[in-house]
Design a protein around this ligand. Structure first.
Ligand SMILES: Cc1cc2nc3c(=O)[nH]c(=O)nc-3n(C[C@H](O)[C@H](O)[C@H](O)COP(=O)(O)OP(=O)(O)OC[C@H]3O[C@@H](n4cnc5c(N)ncnc54)[C@H](O)[C@@H]3O)c2cc1C
Length: 490
């Protein structure tokens, strides 16, 4: 498993850039879990306002920010034209949502101007079509933390920030003088050299690597992501005692939650072949859907893709030819967070073993919710008129048209095998560290049982955040920076 992005900016330099605020319940859950009310939804909205520099809503719009580092923009409906294939699909989507079939181009464009991140008391319940909001600048170009860091260094060359690229942090060196109190971070070991990590496809066993050591000043903040942060903690002696013993790693803190609680949104798709080839770009929008089993607002997000896409595997995507298109979907609140990240060896350059253990909890409900997403797409396709030139539409997956009909059971079986993952969270979960031994960090991101160490990345979410994770991760980064600036370690 490769860390998303594999470099400066992390996943934000390669992701689909979609920004969606999680439902309020996500933040309120963390506030309840930790007893720290600064995590409550209204407080987290303020954090969002602080980091955002919105290019898509009118300056001053409540609930948005206009001077933060995170440039945001939204796709609009300027591409919509009456005879386009993409417009036909959009109309069918809206028709399936109950909208009249004869919406004007202007009305369709208005739908895409709906703001999925609006400050609206019923936002979490909102369904229907929304233009995609992205981490993008005023021209629509990707804007990520890498741009932010570079910009900050250019604007302020005296900034006390040193970025060392091509370096892989391997483990923590503990302060031998901290005996008596909790172990404290003293230094770190790391290696320097390109593509050192063995999960990197460019990895070359003959590359030149040098080992380095550096002292840590005030504190160490680990942000290696869901797979690597727990790996680093374990290699440094913080993890489940049994697992560390198996690898002869000296135990610093018995922390059973490190590498546990791995969760993810489930993603699936309906892949089809239209009658004609080269159907045009399908527009950037999502459809938020509430199913009969959705809890906590809209449970499904769907979006069109102008080619066949069934998920990730080496060599993906399979080429289904020029007639293929996909309606992809995400189940935003899956029930299972049972996955694990475990060490395969004590070599810090070996990737850990990742096992998502999907569907170990709530299987029936989650498959039902995705089945309803598939039904939505199939009913949507049935609305497309013969005159469109797209019909007949042959389904390739999950119910190949050649099978004529599929039972719900068969579709669920296919979905269970097909669902894929790219929005992992968990593995160093926030919790009440005073009461819960499985909590890895407290509400201020401090690792339980040691001094001068925090983890700040998507690994700290105690359960999938109910939305794509990059915006929630940007938000917690800001939250952590406040905690760091206002705290002092012994
Ligand atoms: C194809 C794809 C598309 C996605 N699209 C979206 C989307 O549209 N919207 C959304 O919300 N989310 C999306 N995501 C998910 C999103 O990218 C992640 O949730 C997010 O990047 C997690 O942030 P993070 O800071 O926790 O980890 P990461 O972004 O993975 O950052 C961790 C960083 O640490 C570095 N690192 C790891 N180990 C070490 C080490 N030992 N030493 C030094 N550096 C190390 C990594 O190289 C990486 O740069 C997508 C993910 C993928 C893979």
């Amino acid at each position: 498993m490769v860390s998303a992005g594999g470099g400066e900016g992390g996943g934000a330099v390669i992701d689909n850039a979609v920004l969606e605020l999680p439902p309020d319940a996500t933040w309120d859950y963390i506030a309840d879990l930790t007893g720290d009310n600064s995590w409550a939804a209204p407080e987290m909205r303020k954090i969002y306002e602080e980091i955002e520099n919105s290019h898509y809503v009118k300056n001053g719009t409540d609930g948005h920010g206009f001077s933060g580092w995170l440039e945001t923009n939204r796709s609009n409906g300027s591409w919509i034209g009456d005879d386009l294939d993409a417009t036909i699909v959009l109309r069918a989507m809206l028709g399936q949502l109950g909208a009249p079939g004869n919406m004007s181009v202007e009305d369709l464009r208005n739908q895409l101007d709906r703001d999925i991140n609006a400050l609206d008391p019923v936002r979490d319940q909102a369904t229907g079509v929304f233009g995609l909001v992205a981490h993008a600048d005023s021209k629509g170009h990707r804007f990520s933390p890498a741009n932010y860091v570079r910009k900050a260094l250019v604007e302020n060359p005296d900034l006390p920030l040193f970025v060392e690229l091509n370096s892989t942090f391997t483990d923590i060196v503990w302060d031998p003088l901290s005996s008596g109190g909790p172990p404290a971070v003293m230094a770190i070991n790391y290696v320097v050299g390109p593509s050192a990590y063995k999960a990197d496809p460019r990895y070359n066993p003959h590359r030149n690597l040098t080992t380095r050591f550096t002292y840590i000043g005030k504190e160490l903040i680990i942000a290696g992501g869901v797979f690597n942060s727990p790996q680093i903690l374990k290699l440094s002696g913080i993890g489940p005692a049994d697992e560390l013993k198996k690898h002869n790693i000296t135990l610093v803190v018995d922390a059973p939650g490190v590498g546990a609680n791995l969760g993810d949104i489930y993603e699936g798709s309906v892949v089809s072949l239209a009658k004609k080839p080269n159907i045009d770009e399908m527009g950037s929008y999502s459809v938020q859907l509430k199913t009969s089993v959705s809890q906590n607002g809209s449970g499904i997000s769907l979006w069109p893709v102008p080619y066949g896409f069934e998920g990730y595997w080496p060599g993906y995507p399979e080429d289904h030819g020029a007639n293929a298109f996909t309606i992809a979907f995400a189940l935003k609140n899956p029930h299972s967070s049972q996955g694990t990240v475990t060490l395969q060896s004590t070599d810090p350059l070996d990737p850990p073993e990742v096992n998502f253990r999907f569907f170990e909890k709530g299987e029936e409900q989650d498959l039902q919710e995705m089945l309803e997403a598939v039904s939505f797409v199939e009913n949507m396709k049935a609305r497309i008129a013969n005159s469109s030139g797209l019909v007949p539409i042959e389904e390739l997956s999950p119910c190949p048209s050649s099978s004529r009909t599929c039972t719900s059971g068969r579709i669920k079986d296919t979905l269970k095998k097909q669902v894929y993952s790219r929005h992992a969270t968990g593995t160093c979960a926030i919790g009440n560290t005073a009461l819960d031994p499985t909590a890895v960090v407290d509400s201020k991101f401090r690792v339980r049982g040691v001094n001068r160490l925090r983890v700040v990345d998507a690994s700290v979410f105690p359960k999938p955040p109910g939305a794509f994770p990059i915006l929630p991760t940007f938000m917690i980064s800001r939250k952590a920076s406040k905690a760091i600036l206002s705290s002092s370690w012994k």
